[in-house]
Design a protein around this ligand. Structure first.
Ligand SMILES: NC(=O)c1ccc[n+]([C@@H]2O[C@H](COP(=O)([O-])OP(=O)(O)OC[C@H]3O[C@@H](n4cnc5c(N)ncnc54)[C@H](O)[C@@H]3O)[C@@H](O)[C@H]2O)c1
Length: 395
């Protein structure tokens, strides 16, 4: 690509994660990093001078006055909204780190602003660009796992306590964005428990439970307090189980060919003895690729082509909406927070989607087999007349 056609980018924030964007943006052939905003001289001193652009400021507004086309925001979470909003109002495309914003209201405002101005807005949901997650997506779509029984994830580490958000807002965006990407579905109910042991104001460990429309359960465990680093996602299916272990280099995906089926019911006791099916464990090859580089390259592509980013503002909003509900639960002793379509959707005639087609908490009704009634063709997707409103535009 000719120098003159490259997308001019400004980077805001060059701390732990911003320094990685700095390297990656320098490596992308269609990106020209021309400006940077970083108030900490100490952090600036830590990065390779070879990567630094000529224009460096500690004033974000000053960076916006330069001829950059786009900004990448890797500043602390509380600044994502004001910085992204200022950039969008100046006509710049935006990639902001997760979480998209720290309130649903702000996330919605950013998503709407970008849409109304025809600008690309993208959220740093890095894992949806991970080749292993791409593999999981293909596996789920192929139906090889059978019907999903449940999912659990663990993202545990020691340290990197954030000053402005708790562990849920810091780490759970990764698991939530992966789940939404894999399932193409959103939960109806969320509940969270956790504890703030070091900083009394911000939880350092949290357990988040989600229930999806068709009764699928997912459990997310995040912690900043664990000496043993774990980044694992397990999808238990009726045919096979897959474990994605992000710290197991070279063998991140393991597929267990194990399942349980019930036999014939015994007339006398009524007991149907289970059969345990046990087969191979396979470790497929996952093609290499640095997720952050793939993410930033995707941002460049979307700016150039106008394509909708895989992790656009509307995806960012979905994650923030769940985090808001989970926070209410977390700081309210684990109360169950209802996320039914009533909360998200309304039809053209003003009726809520669940009123118009009978999807009143359909996921909570059992069918004749004692299983949840399958309602994956959920409100707002099944009815072409329905208009997504607050929080779900762009579905
Ligand atoms: N996608 C991922 O996998 C991933 C991983 C780690 C962190 N992050 C995200 O990256 C963001 C930064 O996290 P971090 O760990 O690098 O924090 P950090 O504290 O190391 O870095 C933040 C940097 O932003 C700078 N900053 C502060 N105010 C600024 C302003 N007004 N304009 C520009 N820069 C400003 C700080 O001086 C600091 O250098 C967070 O939102 C975090 O959630 C994402």
């Amino acid at each position: 690509m000719g120098q003159e056609n490259r997308i001019k980018v400004g980077l805001a924030g060059c701390g732990y994660w911003g320094s990685k964007h700095l390297r990656v943006l320098n490596e992308l052939p269609d990106c020209e990093l021309t400006a940077m905003c970083e108030p900490s001289t100490e952090n600036l001193d830590k990065v390779s001078k070879a990567f630094l652009p000529e224009f460096i400021t500690d004033d974000f507004d000053e960076m916006l006055e330069t001829d950059i086309d786009a900004v990448v925001i890797a500043a602390p979470a509380r600044l994502h909204y004001p910085l992204a909003k200022a950039a969008l109002l100046k006509g710049k495309h935006v990639l902001t780190e997760k979480p998209f914003a720290t309130t649903g209201e702000h996330a919605l405002e950013l998503a709407e602003l970008a849409t109304s101005r025809g600008l690309t807005v993208m959220v740093g949901h890095t894992y949806v660009f991970h080749p292993a997650v791409q593999y999981l997506k293909e596996l789920v779509n192929s139906g090889e796992l059978g019907e999903l029984h449940y999912i659990h994830t663990a993202r545990l580490n020691f340290g990197l306590l954030q000053p402005d958000v708790d562990v849920l807002w810091d780490l759970a965006p990764h698991d939530l964005s992966i789940l939404f990407y894999l399932l193409e579905d959103e939960p109806m109910v969320a509940g969270a428990r956790g504890a703030a042991r070091i900083n009394p104001h911000l939880a350092e460990v949290a357990h988040l439970d989600l229930e999806f429309m068709d009764g699928l359960f997912a459990h997310i465990h995040v912690s900043w307090l664990e000496p043993v680093k774990v980044r694992r996602m397990t999808l238990i299916g009726s045919e096979k189980t897959v474990v994605y272990d992000d710290v197991a280099q070279g063998e991140m995906i393991r597929i267990y060919n194990k399942s349980i089926t019930l036999g014939e019911r015994n007339g006398e006791t009524g007991f149907a003895p289970p059969t345990y099916n046990d087969g191979d464990i396979t470790v497929p090859f996952v093609k290499p690729g640095e997720p952050l580089k793939l993410e930033d390259a995707h941002f460049m592509d979307c700016i150039r082509t106008g394509a909708r980013p895989r992790s656009d503002g509307w995806q960012g909003l979905k994650v923030v909406n769940i985090l808001e509900s989970a926070s209410r639960s977390l700081y309210n002793s684990g109360s169950l927070e209802d996320l039914t379509p009533r909360y998200y959707f309304q039809t053209n005639n003003g009726a809520t989607a669940d009123e118009s087609n009978g999807h009143t908490r359909a996921g909570a009704r059992l069918n004749g087999n004692g299983r949840r009634a399958n309602s994956r063709a959920r409100a707002g997707r099944s009815n072409g007349n329905q208009t997504a409103v607050k929080g779900q535009v762009g579905e």
